[in-house]
Design a protein around this ligand. Structure first.
Ligand code: FAD
Length: 417
């Protein structure tokens, strides 16, 4: 089904009864050229770009639950390209450009809103670090503007500028940063892949990966065996467990990240804001809810719910930065499982098993990476060559120590990235 202004008006007048399902619900075939494990943002985007850019359509995406039910539908929807280190900066820059053309490419409204992202700083040292980051972003071809206290006050008058512990010295504005509707991104890629002939198979959990003589031959699933020439693992918070099915031990720890949303309010926060002295970031959704989050829960877990001390920490940070938020009622909170690498940067690579590919380690920043990751991973699967913007996301960097991209300079402790 195509979308057009005419169609939307027609359906509004006719009670929204004429919309067809956005993708088919096919039975799995016995064999595909490519099987993608994981129907999250990255898996669906990979399938879409394999079909669109490489003409490969004999593909199945196998999803153990429903499409978009994982982290792609659980995040705080921030989209940005404000990375500093070579490797990350060119990749996220490429990804942001794909975001900017996504709605046209998919003919789907993903509500991408480039409302500007402001990283606040609260000390001279922090300002120096952000100046450096801003220059790196500009050198990469992205946008960055350094704001002093008064400029921040003009844009965000409701912040507590007089806080004695955390005075606001200024901010680094990334005007092209913003948010998008997370579910719509999954749905848009799903629809685009389905339209090109990809089979999207839900309620189909991969339980093992078949490998014969060093080559992948297929997967076993809860809906039967499926043979495949190539298998791609894109399972985010379950990366370690899925790779273990092929005997691969990944340098990944899985940690919970929580998020929160308040009741709907009139528009009051126009930007995405990130507090520099506590882990806290916030934006306002188009429905009016204030969407915010903080740091990881600091223990490894596969439970998609969080602990109370982190909730307390996030609320304290919120009250410190913008006391007005104390009047809003929190509607709900939730958690998602992050696949944390030791350097906080992702992996897009082949494995030691022929025909088996890996895309994981997106930590808490993989939503903004969805188009870039899908594009680069599709390139790798189709051509067996790395796509240039993602060429540094190699798995063996954790073995050799060469080429690590420790964006936060926190060393090799997974939960500190
Ligand atoms: C609270 C929170 C806030 C976040 N905020 C941001 C943000 O603001 N900006 C940002 O860029 N990123 C953010 N992220 C991170 C981002 O959401 C993730 O990095 C990204 O969504 C992960 O990729 P994905 O979409 O493919 O994952 P998922 O949607 O989790 O997809 C993986 C899929 O694999 C499926 N799967 C797993 N095992 C199997 C199996 N054995 N067989 C079949 N299927 C399987 C799962 O069911 C799942 O649907 C946030 C995450 C959370 C939880």
């Amino acid at each position: 089904m195509g979308f057009s202004g005419f169609q939307v008006i027609k359906e509004a007048l006719l009670g929204q009864k004429g919309w067809a399902p956005m993708w088919r619900d096919p039975e799995p075939k016995a064999e595909y050229d490519i099987v993608i494990i994981g129907g999250g943002g990255h898996g669906l985007a990979t399938a879409f770009y394999l079909a669109k850019e490489h003409g490969l359509t004999n593909i199945a995406v196998l999803e153990k639950g429903y499409l978009g039910g994982g982290n792609v539908g659980r995040n705080t929807t921030i989209v940005r390209a404000n990375y500093m280190l070579p490797g990350n900066s060119e990749f996220y820059s490429h990804s942001l450009k794909l975001w900017e053309g996504m709605e046209q490419e998919l003919n789907y409204n993903v509500m991408h809103s480039q409302r500007g992202l402001i990283n606040l700083f609260h000390s001279d040292g922090q300002r120096d670090a952000f100046v450096r980051r801003g220059n790196a972003m500009i050198n990469q071809g992205d946008d960055a503007v350094l704001l002093d206290t008064d400029s921040v006050r003009d844009l965000l008058p409701y912040l507590d500028f007089e806080n004695v512990r955390f005075p606001i010295y200024g901010g680094l504005l990334h005007p092209r940063g913003g948010t998008a509707r997370h579910d719509a991104v999954a749905w848009g890629y799903a629809r685009g892949a389905d339209q090109r002939g990809v089979d999207l198979i839900q309620n189909c959990e991969v339980t093992s990966i078949d490998v014969t003589a060093g080559r992948v031959t297929g997967v076993q699933t809860t809906r039967g065996a499926i043979r495949a020439k190539k298998v791609a693992m894109v399972t985010a918070g379950r990366s370690g467990r899925v790779a273990a099915m092929a005997g691969i031990r990944l340098p990944i720890e899985s940690h919970i990240l929580q998020a929160f949303v308040t009741e709907g309010l009139k528009p009051c926060i126009d930007h995405v804001i990130s507090f520099g002295m506590g882990h806290f970031y916030i934006s306002q959704s188009d429905k009016g809810g204030l969407v915010f989050g903080g740091d990881l829960d600091f223990y490894a877990s596969y439970a998609a719910r969080g602990n109370l001390p982190m909730k307390e920490h996030v609320m304290e940070a919120a009250m410190t930065l913008m006391p007005m938020i104390g009047k809003a009622r929190v509607l709900r909170s939730w958690g998602g499982i992050m696949d944390m690498t030791p350097d906080g940067s992702p992996i897009i690579d082949k494995t030691g098993i022929e025909g088996l590919y890996l895309d994981c380690g997106w930590c808490y920043g993989g939503f903004k990476a969805v188009p870039g990751s899908g594009f680069s991973f599709a390139h790798l699967i189709a051509t067996d060559r790395h796509h240039e913007p993602a060429a540094k996301f190699r798995l063996d960097r954790f073995k050799t120590g060469v080429g690590l991209m420790d964006e936060e300079s926190t060393g090799s402790q997974h939960n500190l990235h």
